[in-house]
Design a protein around this ligand. Structure first.
Ligand code: AMP
Ligand code: ZN
Length: 468
């Protein structure tokens, strides 16, 4: 089956073929965090969706080059620096580190490149000069440099704007994405008193780059002038992504991005979760309440990325129950797989994995994919209850599960975590009990290991400990 994605540019699903003539490499750009505070779980809905996309592309055999920028200079950051008295670098590096930790807790693969805006100022200046030479940029009386949307006839194509409603000359110098932000937008923002010591020298005087230009410049630097995917939350369609297209295509004269993918917002009581509305949770808030990164990841990922998702604690609790159905199933399969009747391992058909993977081929249809998984859980649990599941079949299902687990990103940070010594000691004691055919004691030890948050499986080569 072919791979299809809903392209915001076309407002339709389209078949995906990589731009790479060899059909092997896929280039993916994701708008990254603005590092002035902890990211909230709404932000992470978008980042987890992007990670699912990357994992699916990799599982489909592509080699993905994933770039995510770090916005480390911007209005909100400057305000935070002013209010905290910290240096720009001190504050932004601290939250960048927290962001990376949170991404790891949520099982997100680290993008291969995470460029910072402040480390690309010279390149951004050169980019703006290129736009000036091409006749798209001008310096206004306030000292800032603006992009003239009048000069770019297809402006508004992504957001489907009615150009007659764009007020000529209405300039927008703020970074924050306001829907009233029609009109010319800032490429370079002249220094003001409020910026304090945060500025760079440029041909237009002291100032700093605008937000949109950062993404055009850094995505093209690392991925080339045209690349496959550009992603973000739906609030980025306008003006951020519209402006990125205008700047990039005005500079190069070439199509910027093939597929634009946008995720729907995480909501709270019908309102977008956001810092400004004050209705947000950070990952750390939820960890403090006893939830795990794995649970939150599953809660965010299990609803299709283009459907709005209302966040509630009840939803997280339901997720915990769902995962609790999976863990004992895996444990049981492990036991069944090592049973004596396993015999020679026949070629497993991999039907579960194929069905799961093909569902994701259709614009990441996660509901259908998880439907296949839980149907297999139900059916094989029944077979195990009736002692009808052959060891070889259990081995095959386990192998499918491992692929699904990787595709969903549920194993990261769990399989790799080393068990504590006391858990290892219990597992060894259990090995000895099994050797002595003391099944009752072996079962007690399994329960004791479980109570400490670990699952023990008996594999042909010995026991294996996995985080619950
Ligand atoms: P920011 O740091 O504000 O630039 O946001 C980082 C990413 O999170 C962007 O892709 C936003 O579109 C996305 N985002 C912000 N709020 C939400 C939300 N409530 N639900 C989903 N994504 C969001
Ligand atoms: Zn961006």
């Amino acid at each position: 089956m072919s791979l299809r994605f809903y392209n915001t540019l076309a407002r339709a699903e389209e078949e995906f073929l990589p731009l790479d003539p060899e059909g092997r490499r896929v280039r993916l750009y994701c708008c990254g965090p603005t590092v002035y505070d902890y990211a909230h779980i709404g932000n992470f809905r978008t980042f987890v969706f992007e990670d699912l996309l990357r994992r699916h592309l990799e599982a489909s055999g592509f080699e993905v080059l994933h770039v995510m920028n770090v916005t480390d200079v911007e209005d909100k950051i400057i305000r935070a620096v002013r209010e905290s008295g910290e240096t720009l670098q001190g504050l932004t590096r601290r939250y960048e580190k927290a962001f990376s930790e949170d991404m790891e807790t949520l099982g997100c693969l680290r993008p291969q490149v995470m460029p910072r805006a402040t480390e690309h100022v010279a390149e951004i200046i050169a980019f703006i000069q290129r736009l000036e030479r091409n006749g798209f940029a001008y310096q206004a009386a306030d000292g800032s440099v603006y992009f003239s949307i009048e000069k770019f006839p297809s402006y508004g194509r992504l957001a489907r704007l009615d150009r007659s409603q764009l007020k000529p000359g209405a300039r927008v110098s703020q970074d924050e994405h306001s829907r009233e932000a029609y009109g010319d937008f800032a490429l370079w923002k002249a220094h003001t008193e409020r910026d304090g010591s945060i500025f760079w020298e440029s041909p237009w005087g002291r100032g700093r780059p605008g937000w949109h230009i950062e993404c055009s410049c850094m995505s093209m630097k690392h991925l080339g002038e045209s690349f496959d995917f550009h992603c973000g939350g739906e609030d980025l369609v306008f003006p951020h992504h519209e402006d990125e297209i205008a700047q990039s295509e005005a500079a190069t004269g070439r199509p910027f991005v093939r597929f634009w993918l946008h995720s729907a917002h995480l909501m709270v009581n019908g309102q977008k979760m956001s810092k400004s509305a004050g209705n947000f949770f950070t990952l750390r808030d939820l960890l403090a309440r006893g939830y795990t990164g794995r649970e939150l990841r599953y809660a965010l990922i299990s609803v299709h990325y283009r459907l709005p998702l209302n966040f509630t604690m009840e939803h997280l609790d339901a997720t915990r129950q769902t995962l609790r159905r999976l863990d004992p199933w895996v444990e049981r399969l492990g036991e069944r797989a090592s049973a004596a009747d396993g015999g020679a391992r026949p070629e497993w058909s991999g039907a579960l994995w194929r069905a799961f993977h093909e569902s994701l081929d259709a614009d990441l249809n996660i509901s259908e994919a998880l439907g296949h998984l839980f149907e297999a859980v139900r059916a094989s649990n029944r077979q195990m209850d009736d002692h009808r599941l052959a060891g070889a079949e259990a081995t095959g299902l386990l192998s499918d599960w491992r692929k699904i687990e990787r595709a969903l990103g549920l194993s990261v940070g769990h399989l790799e975590e080393a068990p504590p010594d006391e858990v290892i000691a219990l597992a060894r004691e259990r090995d000895a009990a099994r050797k002595g055919r003391d099944w009752e004691h072996a079962d007690e030890l399994r329960a004791a290991i479980r109570a400490k948050g670990w699952v023990v499986q008996d594999l042909p080569g010995g026991h294996k400990l996995t985080r619950l």
